[in-house]
Design a protein around this ligand. Structure first.
Ligand SMILES: Nc1ncnc2c1ncn2[C@@H]1O[C@H](COP(=O)(O)OP(=O)(O)OP(=O)(O)O)[C@@H](O)[C@H]1O
Length: 369
């Protein structure tokens, strides 16, 4: 699907070298809510900029303020104090018509797609244009371009109920791009999709970003998504930005406790496609048991593969690992996938590797559904 976005939708091509132009700027932004007679400080003195052309991630624990921050960009929420500039412009002084016009430059997609079930794919995509009073012929033409962009040419007249989750999100993306926005806000856009579909939607978002130079701002609970496509990331904790920087830096050497806690799911350094498929229970009979084995020098030997397979069964696979010898002892880590029944043989495995059984952790189950 990646190649789809080479259809440039009659937009000018992205300039090759991107200049660091700040497109969204938060200035001393705070937001309070009154709930049940008490005040909740959802955002506190947030101050940073998002550059044109980047894919920017916002992460944080539940309740940290991510949605509020995202929704303030297109004024679905209002700041209590401070300012947000979009393209150098403060949207707070605008009347309704001006705000509607400004919002056309900011598309948004959602976790649950928010499609109208009584409208076809084409009607859903064309709706923002219809509302804006665009002529029918022009809408038809634009909808065709957008259908090609998201790879849904064959689904023009289908109703949402007949689409898969990934296809629904493609419709959501097409609709969000109808007005050729500069910014695309993504609110947990892949959180209800399976790992493979997530990858294809991320590839589409990346293509849209690169080919159309649309700035993407996304919030997600999935750290693997941030690692996969974001250029920079901000970490929110109790409404404050506690860390911000390029993803390689923040994920490679997290400074804040909040960041370290969020990244705990990635410490095993599994490839993103594996990371996204780990579940706490086996989903199907084909699901594999995933083990993390720490070799901490107790064993004097490098782990031999034969006895390891003898303990866990012939279907055992090595997914990730590294062993080094320090002062003649094996140190390292192995991540193994094996048959779920091997769960009862962890004692054997510990004996074969000459490690305490506590060095073997069950990470979960790898789903192949
Ligand atoms: N309309 C509202 N009225 C009252 N409190 C609100 C409202 N919207 C958000 N809050 C509160 O503001 C804080 C930040 O909420 P927000 O939804 O922005 O966090 P979040 O990081 O997006 O959380 P999650 O990951 O769970 O979606 C929370 O304490 C939340 O309960």
């Amino acid at each position: 699907m990646n190649a789809r976005a080479d259809i440039l939708l009659s937009a000018p091509p992205a300039a090759a070298p991107r200049e660091a132009e700040v497109l969204v700027e938060f200035q001393q932004l705070s937001r309070q809510f009154q709930a049940g007679g008490r005040s909740v400080q959802a955002l506190q003195e947030v101050e940073f900029g998002i550059q044109r052309g980047e894919i920017f991630g916002i992460i944080g624990r539940s309740g940290a303020g991510k949605s509020t921050l995202l929704r303030i960009i297109n004024r679905l929420e209002q700041p209590s104090s401070g300012r947000v500039l979009v393209g150098g412009r403060d949207l707070s002084g605008l009347n309704e018509a001006q705000l509607a016009q400004a919002r056309r430059g900011i598309g948004m997609i959602f976790q649950h797609f928010n499609l109208l079930s009584s409208r076809t794919v084409a009607q859903n995509i064309g709706l923002p244009l219809k509302i804006a009073g665009v002529a029918t012929v022009e809408i038809e033409q634009r909808v065709d371009e957008l259908l090609r962009l998201v790879g849904l040419e064959g689904k023009r007249d289908v109703y949402p109920a007949r689409l898969s989750g990934g296809q629904k999100q493609r419709v959501g993306i097409a609709r969000a791009l109808a007005h050729r926005p500069d910014i695309l806000l993504c609110d947990e856009a892949t959180s209800s999709l399976d790992p493979e579909t997530t990858q294809s939607i991320l590839a589409l978002l990346r293509d849209i970003n690169r080919q159309l130079n649309v700035t993407v701002v996304l919030i997600t609970h999935e750290m693997a998504v941030i690692r996969e496509i974001c250029d920079r990331v901000a970490v929110l904790e109790a409404g404050r930005v506690v860390e911000l920087g390029p993803v390689w830096q923040v994920f490679g050497a997290p400074q804040a406790d909040a960041t370290r806690a969020l990244l705990a799911s990635l410490v095993h350094e599994l490839p993103p496609d594996v990371q996204g498929r780990i579940a706490s229970e086996p989903a199907t009979a084909q699901s594999e048991l995933l083990l993390d084995v720490r070799l901490d020098g107790v064993s004097g030997q490098d782990p031999a593969l034969g006895p390891l397979v003898a303990a866990l069964g012939p279907a055992t696979r090595l997914l990730h690992g590294g062993v080094e010898r320090i002062q003649g002892r094996a140190q390292g880590r192995l991540v193994l996938a094996c048959a779920p029944q091997s769960r009862n043989r962890l004692g054997d495995l510990a004996r074969q590797l000459a490690v305490p059984v506590g060095n073997i952790r069950i990470l979960g189950y790898l789903d192949h559904a």
